[in-house]
Design a protein around this ligand. Structure first.
Ligand code: GLU
Ligand code: ZN
Length: 322
């Protein structure tokens, strides 16, 4: 019989959202295992979304490699994998909706113009806040393109407000939206949806209400929060995981193929050793190779350490040990 709690609390829906623009590495393995354990340990669902929008950066074979990596780690998901590129219409539709409601505007600035406007003498050259040059300038995309003689992008008009995000790992983060974020693209030139909008629309339509991912996306969180607010999509709960670094403390990047899961698979590494390594890093006592599934019941996200995780040479040898 279902208890009152089960009736009142919505089912947890988590997601695995790899971008097939490079091989997945041990940092991804850790994020995905944790996201999967977090959903499964509470009877939740988990969906897979392949974020293949950036067609120029998606390389052949990467889609299959991502799925093979996840299966190799022992993960599964509910329903068919969702290919982001297949649902572009709904994402563009959301962008147009924002445009028609006056919450977005066409922008014809070139990269050079934006850089020039931003590099005021006192300005911090690293800050990439768009100064709002095109806000209120054009009545439509067509008018913008005609006036400028080049394709227009669409920017979200960031409202002047304070945002408070209570992250399950990073704690409370407050953002002064206008000052900290600035108007950001939701459609790039020629109508291709930008990452922030695509994630929000797809999480909304896949019913995702829990997001576990790397801390490199914490800054994106405020933008996604604003878009959810504007589109009437309920905010999910977020957990941003401290990043995995190599032995020298450098962040793992998709470029460093040495730590890629595809390479480890080719080297006949034991995925259950990788699972055990991730498990130890989240406070589970796992000194032997183990299946991801076998640890579901022991996982508790509140026990996760807040510090970065290093992959040492000894760890790497352990993965490859017979
Ligand atoms: N696909 C993105 C990535 O691999 C993650 C998107 C997200 O988690 O929101 O970096
Ligand atoms: Zn502009």
């Amino acid at each position: 019989m279902a208890s009152a709690r089960e009736i009142l609390v919505p089912e947890a829906v988590g997601r695995l959202a790899p971008s097939p623009t490079g091989y997945l590495h041990l940092g991804h393995a850790r994020s995905f295992l944790i996201a999967w354990w977090h959903a499964r340990s509470r009877g939740g669902r988990i969906v897979l979304r392949l974020e293949d929008l950036d067609v120029e950066r998606v390389k052949p074979g990467m889609l299959d490699a991502a799925i093979d990596d996840l299966r190799w780690l022992g993960l599964d998901w509910d329903g068919e994998p969702w290919l982001q590129s297949r649902g572009v219409d709904a994402i563009s539709g959301a962008a147009n909706d924002l445009l028609h409601r006056g919450l977005a505007y066409p922008c014809t600035c070139t990269r050079k113009e934006i850089q020039a406007a931003m590099s005021a003498p006192q300005g911090d050259p690293t800050d990439s806040i768009y100064p709002g040059t095109c806000r209120g300038r054009y009545s439509s995309i067509a008018a913008a393109e005609q006036a400028a003689g080049r394709p227009a992008a669409l920017r979200f008009a960031v409202p002047d407000r304070l945002i408070r995000i209570d992250d399950g790992i990073q704690g409370v983060h407050k953002f002064d939206a206008r000052a900290a974020i600035g108007d950001f693209p939701i459609l790039r030139r020629l109508g291709m949806p930008a990452y922030q909008l695509a994630v929000v629309v797809d999480d909304g339509r896949q019913g995702v209400n829990e997001i576990v991912r790397g801390a490199d996306l914490l800054e994106s969180c405020a933008r996604q929060w604003l878009l959810q607010e504007a589109l009437g999509i309920e905010h999910p709960r977020w957990w941003h995981l401290p990043l995995v670094t190599d032995a020298s403390g450098r962040r793992l990047a998709k470029r460093s193929d040495d730590l890629s899961l595809a390479q480890l698979r080719r080297d006949r590494a034991d995925p259950r050793q990788i699972v055990a390594w991730v498990a130890r890093s989240v406070g589970i006592d796992a000194n032997k190779p183990v299946d991801a599934r076998a640890l579901i019941a022991q996982f508790d996200i509140s026990r996760l350490p807040r510090s970065e995780v290093r992959v040492t040479a000894a760890d790497m040898n352990g993965f490859r040990a017979p």
